[in-house]
Design a protein around this ligand. Structure first.
Ligand SMILES: Nc1ncnc2c1ncn2[C@@H]1O[C@H](COP(=O)(O)OP(=O)(O)O)[C@@H](O)[C@H]1O
Ligand SMILES: [Mg+2]
Length: 421
């Protein structure tokens, strides 16, 4: 089989997926829509936005695409997988109905409760006034969540009732916040667990930990993610198997039971509380930057596994293996990220990195006048791999220090807490 694959998206996650898919013996050619300059070396960048469903289907037909792989959540929520299926094109990624597990936090909460999946207690409100009245009557602070997709800006973990009321007002005024959730506040380390799903079965990947805040020590504003490492030492293989049974499988079974089977990457954002793991949210796609730390450790054919999820072959529990070491991804963000990332700053030093154990994934970059320049909030992800986390981090940071652009921001403490355990 020589397959043409269309990968939709343009971030670091998609570059990592492209890098791994390019190793598949099943592959003929890779197409990216729209891709980024780093991905261009692995296939063909096609200048079509992830949101342009008509043109995506045109290119899929024209290039005889045998599998569409959808990276980001927005096109999934908009029904890109449905459109591919209607056109008879195999797709890795859930339908809009199944993607509601991410695109509606109220839907996900109801599903979790009915499927017995451990999660935080929550109350859902269709208008902010009712939410505020409930919060006032409770006399305490809540985690306030907008129901819909909000690109990481839809959750406020408030400390006081006054902050809760402010958050209700602020989120309630947004499109994503037309419906609100008030959730009990939990505490503990956060872990991302991603499983490949074929609608019935689940194949968990190694667990990863993301670093959401901009600055060292988890200070500063929330971001899309400033770095990640894998495997997260908090969960061993038995824990992952248990979570696969108690969280991933029940979610997939619940979606199948309502006639909307989930085919794609199911991501559980978990908090490891003193009472056990609780699901904070599900995502309907691979994590970014977790994917940049997970895939470098993957031994096996990712394309074969994604094809199986798309219903083209059976998904087998032993399809994928993992190398023994660790991987860590340090995100290099633009000046002004996350509020107002500066664009157009020349990126220097990329050509100096010659460590074969280091991978540089592009995200917000552009190629202008013969050089790479910044073109988005998260610019690059530098992933190191090695026998253990400490060696891995040393490699990643050695490479990071060779790269320079004006106002470059990165965290110096990715994975640091885990090496101290
Ligand atoms: N119930 C909760 N208790 C404590 N912190 C929470 C809770 N829910 C979410 N958070 C924090 O807020 C972050 C974002 O929430 P999440 O549900 O993952 O939404 P999203 O990723 O869509 O912004 C989490 O990573 C976690 O740090
Ligand atoms: Mg999250």
């Amino acid at each position: 089989m020589a397959l043409n694959v269309l990968l939709v998206g343009s971030g670091g996650r998609e570059h990592a997926l492209a890098w791994k898919l390019a190793q598949s013996p099943l592959l003929n050619a890779l197409f990216f829509a729209p891709g980024n300059p780093g991905m261009a070396r692995l296939g063909h960048n096609v200048p079509i936005e992830a949101s342009n469903m008509t043109l995506l289907l045109d290119i899929a037909r024209r290039e005889h695409i045998g599998l569409v792989v959808v990276g980001p959540e927005a096109p999934l929520a908009a029904g890109l997988a449905d459109a591919c299926l209607a056109a008879g094109i195999p797709v890795f990624g859930p339908t809009a109905a199944a993607a509601r597990i991410e695109s509606s936090k109220a839907f996900a909460k109801t599903l979790m409760i009915s499927a017995g999946i451990p999660t935080a207690e929550a109350h859902t409100f269709d208008d902010p006034t009712a939410a505020a009245a409930f919060a006032r009557a409770s006399g305490r602070a809540w985690v306030v969540k907008a129901d819909g997709l909000a690109a990481g800006k839809g959750v406020v973990v408030s400390e006081t009732l006054a902050e809760t009321l402010d958050a209700i007002q602020a989120l309630g005024a947004t499109l994503a916040g037309r419906r609100l959730l008030l959730e009990e506040r939990l505490s503990g380390p956060e872990i991302s667990l991603i499983a490949l799903c074929d609608g019935e079965r689940v194949l968990p990947l190694i667990p990863a930990q993301d670093h959401k805040r901009l600055r060292d020590g988890d200070a500063g504003p929330n971001t899309g993610g400033m770095g990640a490492y894998a495997p997260a030492p908090h969960l061993d293989a038995a824990d992952v198997a248990a979570l696969s049974r108690q969280v991933m499988l029940p979610a997939v079974q619940a979606l199948a039971a309502t006639g909307t089977p989930f085919r794609g990457a199911l991501y559980a954002g978990l908090m490891l509380t003193e009472h056990g793991a609780r699901v904070l949210e599900f995502n309907a796609r691979f994590g970014d930057p977790e994917t940049q730390a997970i895939l470098p450790l993957l031994e096996g054919d990712l394309l074969a596994a994604l094809l199986a999820c798309a219903g083209q072959a059976p998904l087998q529990p032993d399809m994928l293996g993992w190398s023994k070491g660790a991987a860590a991804c340090v995100v290099l963000a633009a000046e002004g990220y996350p509020e107002t990332p500066h664009r157009g700053d020349p990126i220097e030093g990329l050509e100096l990195i010659d460590d074969p154990a280091v991978l540089v994934f592009h995200a917000g970059t552009a190629w202008e006048n013969g050089q790479f320049v910044t073109a988005g909030g998260r610019v690059l992800g530098v992933t190191g791999t090695g026998p253990d986390l400490q060696a891995t981090l040393a490699r990643a940071y050695r490479a990071v220090e060779m790269i320079h652009f004006r106002g470059m921001q990165y965290r110096r403490d990715i994975g640091a807490r885990a090496t101290r355990r």
